[in-house]
Design a protein around this ligand. Sequence first.
Ligand SMILES: *Cc1c(COP(=O)(O)O)cnc(C)c1O
Ligand SMILES: [Zn+2]
Length: 392
Amino acid sequence: MDNSSSYIENLICTNCGKEFDANERNGLCTSCGKVLYPKYNLEKTKETLSKQNIQNRKVYNIWRLHEIMPVKEQKFRITLGEGWTPIVKLNNFGKDFKLNQVYLKDEGQNPTGTFKSRGLCAAVSKGLELGVEDFVIPSAGNAGAALSAYTAHAGVKAHVYVPKDTPELIQKEIKHMGAELTLIEGLISDAGRVAKEEGIKNNWFSVSTLKEPYRVEGKKTMGLELAEQFNWILPDIIIYPTGGGTGIVGMWKAFEEMETLGLIGSERPKMVSVQPSGCQPIVRAFKNGEKYATPWDNAHSFASGIRVPGAIGDYLILNAIRESSGTAVAVDDSEIKESMYSFAKTEGIMVCPEAAATVAATVKLTNEGFIDSNDSVVLFITGSGLTTPNDW
Ligand SMILES: *Cc1c(COP(=O)(O)O)cnc(C)c1O
Ligand SMILES: [Zn+2]
């Protein structure tokens, strides 16, 4: 195996442990219907991957740690420069609360303006390696835009299903990048049903959140980068706006793999999920001590990326929150909006509503005493405010 390779072994069900071939197209576990994760030969990886070796690398995109990414051949690893986003120490925000170490990871600097590019870059690349020419996705907008960018770049086809109220700017973005766009009456869950039907009928590869094993690997790179950027000592608290939860579970997977590789210790940040009050299935399940989250009825919020009534990876999200002694918190749309304005004014960063939810949550959790003034806290700014043309 040459040193540009991947040590992927197979896919493994996160629920029942059944194994699947990583050289074939797979979606969910065919036995129990739950989420599959790629599994790597970490003992072998350990031989080549040291902190020193990593720090000498010149690749600053999601393929930086290609050994623990799922694409075997270099020629299929496409990139638009996603990943390796900056950590920014906040200047004014937190002063009122005497918070000394608040950082953000600015995912708004990714291609298409959101962190969705990481996951879709990984999924499209692996799809290319598996010979896929047609991809299908249900999306609240940002994932559809990211898919369209990578399929355009690779010269293959995207079929995107979004709710009718998706911002016009994002609809245009998707269309201009050559994807087939279909508007759906209802929410992302309704778009999901139609996308699934059409996908099966036409034999398209579905890259619906966590219903295939590769987007999570792209999102995992946020955790890999965080460790390196914090000099291999993870922060105390991570605050993450949670929809389908790919990012939070991806980072959780990254931390486990890095510990096995000897890159970090056994300590973990407290993982905090933020959801909007109008759609908070994970918050409710966390508070009720449930293993799975019951879908949320009449979901509403203008933070559409986290307006996700039901997530296939609910048990993985809840597990990460609980094992890390984290928490889950809901914030109102009015608090989100207020945070968008105050953050722009005090820090010079325009953030999208989903990202602003982490700011509102930080205020709430500091008031409640969950966050202490000496904690190092990282807010995931999952997208730029420039992707949110309405209501600013
Ligand atoms: C999709 C999205 C989220 C939620 O991400 P998950 O990892 O699926 O929970 C948060 N913020 C923005 C901007 C998004 O587009
Ligand atoms: Zn299974």
